[in-house]
Design a protein around this ligand. Structure first.
Ligand code: HSE
Length: 437
């Protein structure tokens, strides 16, 4: 199998996160790409405590990675602009493809970098530069390509949203929450980028460019931060039925394109107003599709690495199979798995049961015995007071919420319950699905 070598420049939160995803998911990635994708060289001054790179070659000079003839794809994950720009241009000059998470670099120097890449016929991919793990670049550039985009608006800085959420929900102080965001690896090296809206402005610049087909124009983006917001503003907004969110907004108007980042009042029942913590969300409105919404973690090692690795896979597919591109079913045909599809009887779920039972002694005990005998644990039970009718024909609804059990066992229990004299109707069964499992 062909091998594609990755060189990582910068081993901070995102760098080590990307290294870990490439290592942990290497088999799955090879099935998608049709080649082995492996990290062959890392450029970092030093390893942080807990970082384990096995026997991968390490250089303290990141340019050693860029100049390594064996490296096919360079990951620029150092942040900052000057050194990062020099590194990326060198990688391009050396004929290497580049994947970066650096929004400041793309927003400020993207045009020059893309022009250089075009002359060398290499790719520069930057999905991770906006909204962490949300594939928003791909969605706008490819998924919505048939639309005239009218506007987009979003929470595109996780640190700022984390701060506003903690201030509103827990009454915590601004500075204390910012410190926590730094410890969690969400904040930029210079956290004023997060709280003064500069980071969001970098991201908005990129989104507007690909949405409206305009050059990258960071310097024209209106930018206002959240550092002047107080608990009082948050409480008054609440009283008025609003939430304060730090939004990036870009809208096409007959007079021109709006590019603005500022604290914004949003109706409390709108979807974006309820996006909390480090989560990001971007709404994009196109003339054909209407409004669409993209939601996910906007910062942190795993989510950002998810986007970095997706870009690596895109580039690696192009290197390994330029003639066939993205496989129709995402994985190479010869790498499809024969994992069995579970029959419904083997699915494990919790259940809501509504049983219409005769109003007589012992019925509830019969039902719970049937469940208990089969190891079906009851999580909650409601029996409503019977209403109307004569005592003999009166029915009482019994509602039971069970814990998880295999469907075949529940089928059998339901059949036994329906066979009871006291139960005359079919049992209503609704499966419970926990979204966080
Ligand atoms: N500092 C950024 C944020 C990291 O908080 O959203 C992801 O770009």
């Amino acid at each position: 199998m062909k091998v594609i070598n990755i060189g990582i420049c910068g081993l901070g939160t995102v760098g080590y996160g990307s290294f870990s995803v490439l290592r942990n998911n290497s088999k799955e990635i090879a099935r998608r790409v049709g080649a082995e994708v492996r990290v062959s060289h890392i450029g970092a001054r030093r390893l942080r405590p807990g970082q384990d790179i096995g026997n991968v070659r390490k250089s303290s000079d990141v340019f050693a990675v860029v100049n390594d003839p064996d490296v096919h794809i360079v990951l620029e994950l150092m942040g900052g602009t000057d050194a990062a720009k020099a590194l990326v241009l060198q990688a391009i000059a050396n004929g290497k493809h580049v994947v970066t998470a650096n929004k400041a670099l793309i927003a400020q120097h993207g045009s020059e970098i893309f022009a250089a890449a075009a002359t060398r016929n290499v790719l520069v991919a930057y999905e991770a530069s906006v909204a962490g793990g949300i594939p928003i670049i791909k969605a706008i550039r490819e998924g919505l390509a048939g639309n005239r985009i009218q506007w987009l608006a979003g929470i595109i800085n996780g640190t700022g949203n984390f701060i506003l959420t903690e201030m509103r929900e827990k009454g915590r102080a601004f500075a204390e929450v910012l410190k926590e965001a730094q410890e969690l690896g969400y904040a930029e090296a210079d956290p004023t980028f997060d709280i003064e809206g500069i980071d969001a402005a970098h991201k908005l610049t990129i989104l507007a460019a690909i949405a409206f087909g305009i050059p990258l124009q960071f310097s024209k983006t209106y930018t206002e931060g959240i550092s002047r917001l107080t608990q009082e503003d948050i409480r008054y907004a609440d009283e008025l039925g609003y939430r304060i969110k730090h939004l990036g907004i870009s809208r096409k108007t007959p007079a021109g394109i709006e590019l603005r980042v500022h604290p914004t009042l949003l109706a409390a029942d709108s979807i974006i107003a309820n996006v909390n913590g480090v989560m990001n969300a971007v709404m994009v409105n196109g003339d054909a599709v209407g409004s669409t919404l993209y939601y996910g973690a906007g910062a942190g090692a795993g989510p950002t690495a998810s986007a970095v690795v997706a870009d690596i896979i895109d580039v690696a597919r192009m290197i390994s199979h330029p003639e066939s591109g993205v496989p129709s079913l995402a994985f190479r045909d010869d790498a499809l798995s024969d994992a069995p599809i579970l029959p419904m009887s083997d699915v494990v779920s919790a259940y809501y049961l509504r049983i219409s039972a005769a109003d007589r002694p012992g019925v509830l005990a019969d039902i719970t015995e049937i469940l208990g005998d089969r190891g079906i644990s009851i999580q909650a039970i409601i029996q409503k007071e019977p209403r109307g009718g004569d005592a003999e024909h009166r029915r009482v609804p019994v509602i039971i919420l069970t814990r998880e059990i295999r469907e075949a066992v529940m089928d059998e229990a339901i059949a036994r319950i329906e066979a009871l004299d006291a139960v005359s109707e079919r049992v209503m069964r609704i499966r419970v699905f926990k979204l966080d499992q």
